[in-house]
Design a protein around this ligand. Structure first.
Ligand code: PAF
Length: 290
């Protein structure tokens, strides 16, 4: 059975590109799911989304050093390759691209992608250089793996917006799809970083989805003022989290703050619980990414 066979592991850009071109010459459509590994059901849902419109799927696993700040968790970021490969086999993913650091950033490498305006606020302010690293590595992955479709998660809402804009601006001829956030049964958005949380911290982390749910309920009940919603969210988060990086109520396209909830508004949250930084978001108009 196809879904039981081990995915083919490819480590070089040259073999990866040649294989994708070969598949496309055979008339097959190729999907790309870029990840940093430590896979969970959220990632696997993106693989399944790619499978819907593609004949073959390539998942990439590369913990990209250039998107981590000096004080961030690059060295302790979970690396679980054997388990990742098992999950990808079970999901029926045919290829896993696992490049070395030198394959992606060979000695002497010095070109970077300047991220679009939508990268400026929120994560862009809290994590200087982050989106430069993300745009650079993702454009490189697009060039190494010239797939037909690439899939990213809505969990990283701003990243998805940044990459869509980059793809438009730099004429990337690949369709970009965004898959919905996958949550644990209690509402916690799935994230590779959840495994850093102690049981007590994990309990407190529920305040993110709870505050978003409360805000959505308030909007459904007629609340339109961003300032009121932000205050509500802050009140839910404050007793539970150790630091609030931001509560943003913004236009889902530009990510500029709005005063009133419109037809295309997003709430973005970033907090710290203990040493772990968590983000979550919800669209107040869920039609945008469908
Ligand atoms: O979302 C991620 O896991 C990463 O930012 C990505 C898109 C794989 C780039 O390293």
């Amino acid at each position: 059975m196809a879904e039981q066979s081990q995915p083919r592991i490819i480590e070089t850009a040259a073999s990866m590109r040649a294989e994708v071109r070969r598949l496309q010459r055979e008339g097959l459509r190729v999907g790309l799911v870029p990840t940093m590994g430590a896979l969970h059901d959220g990632h696997l849902s993106l693989v399944r989304m790619a499978q819907k419109s593609c004949d073959r799927v390539v998942t990439t696993i590369f913990v990209n050093p250039t998107q981590f700040g000096p004080q961030e968790d690059f060295s302790r970021y979970p690396r679980t390759l054997e388990r990742d490969l098992q999950l990808l086999r079970e999901a029926g993913c045919q290829y896993v691209f696992v490049p070395s650091k030198d394959e992606v950033y060979p000695p002497g490498y010095s070109t970077e992608v300047d991220p679009p305006a939508v990268a400026k606020r929120w994560e862009g302010e809290c994590r200087p250089g982050h989106f430069r690293g993300v745009c650079t590595v993702v454009l490189k992955l697009f060039n190494m793996i010239p797939a037909d479709v690439a899939v990213f998660g809505q969990k990283d809402f701003q990243q998805a917006a940044v990459l869509q804009q980059m793809a438009r601006d730099l004429n990337v001829g690949m369709q970009i799809k965004i898959g919905p956030t996958i949550r644990e049964v209690d509402g916690l958005a799935m994230s590779s970083r959840n495994r850093y949380l102690s049981p007590e911290e994990r309990q407190r982390a529920l305040s993110l989805s709870q505050s978003l749910n409360a805000a959505q309920a308030a909007v459904a009940a007629g609340e339109k003022r961003a300032v009121t919603l932000a205050a509500m969210i802050g009140e839910t988060l404050q007793p539970q989290v150790d630091h609030i990086d931001y509560v943003a109520i913004a236009d889902a396209e530009t990510l500029e703050p709005v005063d009133a909830i419109g037809p295309n508004t997003v709430i973005l949250l970033a907090v710290k619980i203990g040493k772990t930084r968590l983000i979550d978001n919800c669209l107040l108009s869920p039609t945008r990414h469908e």
